[in-house]
Design a protein around this ligand. Sequence first.
Ligand code: ITT
Ligand code: NA
Length: 197
Amino acid sequence: DTLVIATRNRGKAREFTEMLTPKGITIKTLADYPEIGEIKENGKTFEENATLKAEAIASHTQLPVLADDSGLEVAALNGDPGIYSARYAGDHDDAANNAKLLNKLAAVPADHRQAVFHTTLVLVKPNGDKLVVDGEVQGVILTAPRGENGFGYDPLFYIPSKKKTMAEMTDHEKNAISHRGRAAEKMMAQFDSWWEA
Ligand code: ITT
Ligand code: NA
């Protein structure tokens, strides 16, 4: 059973590999398809963008595809950066994105720094059968990064109940509580009936 993960983000690919390989699913990523160029993510929602990625790769590979569109929604910033999380500071540069986020929140006190990380997963088969799930995790944006694991905004995303940022967790610990882990859990609950449909 081969599933292509429509991502160029190595952090996402690593987390999905950790979650799906034990279920007996063989994973390919876009690293296996170097001929595929940039996919335009010009949708207005996480679901639209994940669907754009999934459908483009399903039609190219003729294999079942999983796409992930994610973003950070910060209450004090009216939900920004949201669907624009990857290019918040211009190019997709995690360090620049984190610096911009800290800068935007510089005057915001500790008790007003709540945020939600959101993931929408879209599974698409070449015949068009589609499955959509999402997941969220609540956290707080710190004033300085902590931890070396994870990727993206993880060093700034603190989970009070765990007393850790997501960058202070192993992949396994993060997957157990993260937006992506929760979405993947919902996906797995419906996976067999989607796969066999
Ligand atoms: P693909 O589209 O190729 O999958 P991407 O990194 O561009 O990769 P998105 O469009 O979903 O993915 O952008 C999501 C942004 O949120 C991007 O800046 C990521 O670094 C960040 N992000 C996504 N999941 C994250 C996570 O679990 N922890 C921290 N940051 C995350
Ligand atoms: Na996106």
